[in-house]
Ligand binder design. Structure first.
Ligand code: MN
Length: 274
């Protein structure tokens, strides 16, 4: 339902207004949850179904790059990033990652408290731990030094140690408090490198701004901070592909989270006031 809500909020009109020629590639077929089997692996729930979707998504993302376009992937839950990163990294092995999220999504099947793959998608793309044995999930060539989180404020214990042991860089909200969003995002983009995949989980924002998300956490980015972050991406002209995920219309208030998702995507793609 997230992509429908985002389209309903006039994504294509907002991209037009930003001067971007867009083509809607439609939806990928996803098996309904009610139609999945009973045999659910509690350490990585619905992983076979996610693999199926992500393989097809990766192929579509590659086709989009081949056509000279910049893929914008709408979720759905954050596990779609496994497919978008695999597709973009196959096209550009030097791509870095800017992960805008309250959560690190850096669990693995052995550390996850919930079994939710949307809490593991970045670890999967980087081929960490058990994910090393799942080539379909790995985004080839991405250097952990070019992976950056901004907005973190809720980590699981296994993620905290994995982040500390990794070469990736984390800017939690406390750093945004100290240094300001503009400074933090400049540092984050410098670490991510010249070509960047931006993965925007709407829970990056404070729930007062974006209530329609599955796992809201207080203390997130304000409306202006979020725009400043994505305007900085556009200004740097580094965007190779982008996810906009975790919009949940069932939890939303009059579609305002989807409307915000549209505005922020338009900012990343270059919408300007002046
Ligand atoms: Mn996420």
């Amino acid at each position: 339902m997230g992509p429908s809500a985002i389209r309903y909020a006039d994504l294509s009109g907002a991209l037009d207004a930003a001067g971007v020629e867009s083509v809607d590639g439609g939806d990928l077929e996803v098996v309904r949850r009610e139609a999945t089997g009973d045999a659910i692996d509690e350490s990585a729930r619905f992983l076979p179904e996610i693999e199926d979707v992500c393989r097809r998504l990766a192929a579509r993302v590659r086709e989009s790059h081949d056509a000279g376009r910049t893929p914008l992937i709408l979720g759905g839950d954050h596990s779609v990033s496994i497919g978008s990163l695999a597709g973009t990294a196959a096209d550009d092995e030097d791509v870095g990652v800017l992960w805008l999220d309250a959560h690190a999504d850096f669990n693995t099947p052995s550390t996850t408290p919930s079994g939710n793959v949307h809490g593991m998608s970045l670890a999967a793309a980087l081929g960490r731990d058990e994910f090393a044995g799942m080539p379909w999930a790995n985004a080839p060539g991405i250097d952990e030094e070019n992976v950056v989180w901004v907005g973190l404020r809720e980590l699981d214990p296994g993620e905290r140690s994995a982040i500390k042991a990794s070469d990736a860089t984390a800017f939690p909200m406390s750093t945004v408090d100290e240094r300001g969003m503009y400074d933090v995002i400049e540092a984050a983009l410098a670490a991510a490198g010249e070509d960047v995949h931006v993965s925007l989980d709407l829970d990056f924002l404070d729930p007062n701004e974006a209530p329609g998300v599955g796992t809201p956490v207080q203390g997130g980015a304000t409306y202006r901070e979020a725009h400043a972050a994505l305007e900085a991406v556009a200004k740097r002209d580094c965007l190779r592909s982008m996810d906009v995920v975790e919009v949940n219309p069932v939890l939303d208030e009059h579609n305002r989270t989807a409307e915000l998702a549209v505005e922020l995507a338009a900012s990343a793609f270059g919408k300007r006031v002046l």
